[in-house]
Design a protein around this ligand. Structure first.
Ligand SMILES: [Mg+2]
Length: 263
C-alpha cells in the first residue's frame, strides 16, 4: 500500500467514513476484484473477495456499485453473488439497479448502423477469436499474445475506426489487454459523476480501479472521494492511493466492513 497524494491521510478518510451517514464504494471488476485471465469468462473474484462483497452489499448506509467495461450480462455470472449490487456495465452505457431494473444503452441511429456492420468486418479480417461484442461497441483482446499480433490487431482496429464517417460517434480506446471501439459520450468518469449527483451532500466515497479507463473515474472523484489504484505493478495515475491485490485490497475492504458494521 502506498499513499500517492500528500493531501491523502488514510486514517482521516476512515474517520470521516465512520461518521458519514451516506457512503458509496465504487468498484471496477477486471484487474481490481478479479485477477486477469486470458480466458475472460474465467476471471473470477480473488479468493475471499466474494464473502467481503456480500458483507458490504448487506451493510446499511452503504451504496456498493460495480462499474465495469464488461456488458452486464457478461459480468453477472462471474460475480456469483446471491444479492447483486448496483452495476454499471459497458463503461456506463447500461445500468442494473439493485431492484433488478435494467437501463439499456440509448444509442443513436448512426452508431447502431455502424455496429450492425461490425460482425462482417470481424469475419473478413479473421478477428473472431479476439472479438467481444458489447452493447455499446466492441472490444478486440490481445492479452496472452505477442508484440506482432498486438500491433496487427491495433492497426486493424484503428484503420477501421478512421474509415468510419466522422459523425459515427465511436471512439477508439486502448485498455490493459486490448482495444475497444465504443459509443462516445459515456465513460467511467460520467458514471461516477452521475452517482455523485445522486448521493446526498457530504457523502463519503471511494473508487477502486486498475486500468487506463479508470483514470476518468479517478479524475472525477478528485476532492470528492478517495481514488484507489489496485494493481500488482505501479503505473502513473491520478489516484490517491495504490493497493496491491489481493492482500491490500482485502484489508481495505475489511476496514469498510468494520466501519459500516459499527453503525
Ligand atoms: Mg479493470
Amino acid at each position: 500500500m502506498k499513499i500517492l497524494n500528500e493531501d491523502t491521510h488514510l486514517n482521516t478518510f476512515f474517520k470521516k467514513l465512520r461518521r458519514a451517514s451516506n457512503r458509496a464504494l465504487l468498484l471496477d471488476y477486471d484487474g481490481t476484484l478479479a485477477p486477469f485471465r486470458v480466458e475472460r469468462d474465467e476471471a473470477t473474484l480473488y479468493p475471499g473477495v466474494r464473502e467481503l462483497l456480500s458483507a458490504l452489499i448487506d451493510a446499511k448506509q452503504l451504496r456498493v456499485v460495480i462499474i465495469s467495461g464488461r456488458a452486464i450480462d457478461d459480468l453477472v455470472p462471474l460475480l456469483r453473488l446471491k444479492q447483486l449490487p448496483e452495476i454499471w456495465g459497458s463503461h456506463g452505457w447500461e445500468r442494473l439497479l439493485p431492484d433488478g431494473r435494467h437501463v439499456a444503452p440509448d444509442l443513436s441511429e448512426p452508431i447502431r448502423r455502424v455496429l450492425a456492420q461490425v460482425p462482417d468486418w470481424i469475419e473478413a479480417e479473421g478477428l473472431q477469436p479476439r472479438y467481444e461484442p458489447k452493447p455499446a461497441g466492441f472490444a478486440l483482446h490481445w492479452r496472452g499474445t505477442n508484440e506482432s499480433i498486438v500491433r496487427e490487431i491495433r492497426e486493424k482496429a484503428l484503420r477501421k475506426w478512421s474509415s468510419l464517417p466522422e459523425d459515427s460517434g465511436l471512439i477508439a480506446k486502448e485498455f490493459d489487454g486490448g482495444i475497444e471501439l465504443r459509443a462516445a459520450g459515456k465513460d467511467k468518469g460520467v458514471a461516477v459523476r452521475t452517482i455523485i449527483s445522486e448521493m446526498s451532500e457530504g457523502a463519503t466515497m471511494a473508487y477502486l480501479g486498475d486500468d487506463l479507463t479508470d483514470e476518468d473515474a479517478f479524475r472525477e472523484l478528485k476532492g470528492k472521494g478517495l481514488a484507489v489504484l489496485v494493481r500488482p505493478k505501479f503505473r502513473s495515475t491520478a489516484a490517491d492511493l495504490w493497493l496491491q491485490p489481493p492482500d491490500d485490497l482485502i484489508e481495505f475492504l475489511k476496514n469498510w466492513i468494520t466501519i459500516c458494521r459499527g453503525n
